[in-house]
Ligand binder design. Structure first.
Ligand code: UTP
Length: 291
């Protein structure tokens, strides 16, 4: 039986425009762009599965339904590969999500991350995880599992945090804290996309969260924040009045795959650690650096 603080549900907001990858994202969802041989979203789903998550809610745009199709059976491809006795058959079945556990909610317009999470309200009854697939995190213990552990220890909302360079701080939600013990920061405030001079710390919120269902109420007034979007950070900030929110400095390497250079960095770094590609990539890099 599940205890009340078991985290079995994740929300994946995937309805954004992906403008930093245009023109590719005119036709392919950013979340489906491959990192080696797997789409970006597959890394996040694998991370969630390894953390014991069973129910997957995708907040999707009407044009990006190939994202959820990726996790469903493709009977035609399966039978073609079977007929050919292809060694690749198992590759298309290991990433499936069962029909009962895959929920798709359409966000008609990309009004912001906060609005995307609010779109899941009908399916939220207890604490849940939020994972932004743009943040690809490679770690021994899956990042979201580290956050679930912190949630259970502190009985508080948890956001993943990481130190970032001050020149990049204006791209993130940034925390202010009143106390810290090892990896845990007790948050007193947070600011979305502050200027370098107004940033309360160099600790930025990364795309992994464990939230109490009370966040839905905070999101329901659809207040516009930075960039004219409904921001999740603003709603979490309001939660702090009545609830504890912990910032957890996770262990692992994070790649920001929401932009071209970050995704390229992920490609190269992951390939360099993969026996299948390592030696060829090293050779390519060696040759390129001679030029
Ligand atoms: P981003 O802001 O990084 O993604 O949102 P984006 O808007 O798609 O990218 P750019 O800025 O135009 O290049 C982080 C995550 O939240 C989702 C995105 O799909 C992405 O996975 N998102 C964002 C939504 O689902 N709905 C929104 O209204 C905004």
């Amino acid at each position: 039986m599940c205890s009340s603080d078991d985290i079995k549900t994740v929300v994946f907001p995937v309805a954004g425009l992906g403008s930093r990858f245009l023109p590719a994202t005119k036709i392919v969802a950013k979340e489906l762009l491959p990192i080696l041989d797997k789409p970006l979203i597959d890394y996040a789903v694998c991370e969630a599965k390894k953390a014991g998550i069973e129910r997957f809610i995708f907040i999707n745009s009407p044009n990006k339904q190939s994202i959820t199709n990726y996790f469903k059976k493709n009977k035609n491809l399966e039978s073609e590969l079977k007929d050919k006795k292809s060694e690749h058959l198992e590759l298309i079945s290991k990433n499936l999500i069962s029909e009962n556990n895959l929920i798709e909610v359409i966000q008609d317009k990309p009004l912001g991350l906060g609005h995307a999470i609010w779109c899941a309200r009908k399916y939220i009854s207890g604490p849940f995880a939020v994972m932004l697939p743009d943040d690809l995190i490679i770690s021994g213990v899956p990042c979201i599992k580290q956050l679930i552990k912190a949630y259970k220890n502190f009985k508080s909302n948890v956001v993943a945090i990481q130190e970032v360079d001050e020149n990049n701080i204006n791209k993130y939600g940034v925390i202010d804290y009143y106390k810290n013990e090892s990896n845990t920061y007790h948050i007193k405030d947070m600011i979305e996309k502050p200027d370098k001079k107004n940033a309360p710390s160099n600790l930025a919120i990364i795309g992994r969260y464990i939230l109490n269902p009370s966040i839905i109420k905070e999101l329901s007034n659809h207040e516009l924040g930075a960039g004219g979007e409904i921001q999740l950070t603003d709603a979490i900030k309001k939660l702090i009045i009545n609830e504890n929110v912990i910032g957890y400095k996770f262990e692992g390497n994070r790649f920001d795959c929401g932009n071209v250079i970050g995704a390229l960095n992920a490609q190269l770094s992951i390939a360099m650690n993969d026996d299948k590609y390592k030696s060829q990539i090293k050779e390519i890099i060696k040759n390129l650096s001679k030029e």
